[in-house]
Design a binder for this molecule. Structure first.
Ligand code: KIV
Length: 246
C-alpha cells in the first residue's frame, strides 16, 4: 500500500462482533491491542494485561475469520528476552493472530529478529510506549527534544533492519513522524502523530464513543454510541417499569 501511495486505516477490535463489523467495512489491519486492558477490562493501564487475557480476546476476534490482517499486542514483560518473545509470539499466533506487535526499537532488536526469523510478521511501535507509562509518569509526546528525535530515527531504522513490516508511531511530534515516514520503506501508522504518516490507527472505542469516560485529545469521535445506548436502555427500562393498564 505504501508503494502504491495508499493510506492505511487500521483499528483495534477485541471480540467477535467488532472484528466482523470492521472487516465488513474493509479495514485492512485489525489490532487486538493491549488497550483492551483499559477499554474492555477496566484496568488503569496496559501493564496489567496478561498473556492469557490476550489469548482469550485474540481467539474471539479470530473467530470472525477477518479478511483483514489480524495483529495482536505482546503484553507487558512477555518479550524480555528473544526466547520469551518467540515463545509468547507463537502462543499469540496459536490463538489466531497473524502478526504480533511489541513496543520499542533498538532495545528489542534481538527479540524482533527472533520473531521474524520464525516467520511471524512483526509490527513495531515507537514514540510514547504505553507499557512504559508507569516509569514515564504519564503519556508524553515524543520527539520534541533532539535526543528523542535521534533515538526515534535510530529505533525506526533498527525495526526496518530487524524485519518489521510496519511501525506504529504513537504521540510523536508531526514533524518527526513525517521524517520517519519519509525515511523508512515500510508503512508508518500514526496515532496522535499528525497527518503525514502512511496511515492512522485508533482504538475503536475512541472512534465510536463506547468508552465515554476518557477520550484522548487527538481523537475526534465519529459517533457518541454510549449516549445512544444509554437513551435506548432508559427507554426500554421505562417501558418495562410502566404500570400495566388494567
Ligand atoms: O494497544 C493498542 O490499542 C495500541 C494502539 C493504540 C496502537 O497499541
Amino acid at each position: 500500500m505504501k508503494a502504491r501511495g495508499e493510506r492505511v486505516a487500521a483499528l483495534t477490535a477485541y471480540d467477535y462482533p467488532m472484528t466482523r463489523l470492521l472487516d465488513e467495512t474493509g479495514i485492512p489491519l485489525i489490532l487486538v491491542g493491549d488497550s483492551l486492558g483499559m477499554v474492555m477490562l477496566g484496568y488503569p493501564d496496559t501493564t496489567c494485561v496478561t498473556m492469557a487475557e490476550m489469548e482469550h480476546h485474540i481467539r474471539a476476534a479470530a473467530r470472525a475469520k477477518p479478511r483483514a490482517l489480524l495483529a495482536a499486542d505482546m503484553p507487558y514483560r512477555s518479550y524480555d528476552t528473544p526466547a520469551a518473545a518467540l515463545e509468547n509470539a507463537r502462543r499469540l499466533v496459536a490463538a489466531g493472530a497473524e502478526a504480533v506487535k511489541a513496543e520499542g526499537g533498538c532495545a528489542i532488536r534481538d527479540q524482533v529478529r527472533a520473531i521474524v526469523a520464525a516467520g511471524i510478521p512483526y509490527l513495531g511501535h515507537l514514540g510514547m510506549l504505553p507499557q512504559s507509562v508507569r516509569e514515564e509518569g504519564g503519556y508524553h509526546i515524543k520527539g520534541r527534544k533532539e535526543a528523542e528525535h535521534e533515538a526515534l530515527l535510530a529505533d525506526a531504522r533498527a525495526l526496518v533492519e530487524a524485519g518489521a513490516f510496519g511501525i506504529v508511531l504513537e504521540l510523536v511530534t508531526p514533524a518527526v513522524a513525517r521524517e520517519i515516514t519519509q525515511n523508512v520503506p515500510i508503512p508508518t501508522l500514526g496515532i496522535g502523530s499528525g497527518a503525514d504518516c502512511d496511515g492512522q490507527i485508533l482504538v475503536i472505542n475512541d472512534l465510536v464513543g463506547t468508552f465515554p469516560w476518557f477520550t484522548p485529545r487527538f481523537v475526534k469521535p465519529k459517533l457518541q454510541a454510549a449516549e445512544q445506548m444509554r437513551a435506548a436502555i432508559r427507554q426500554w427500562r421505562l417501558e418495562v417499569e410502566k404500570p400495566p393498564v388494567m
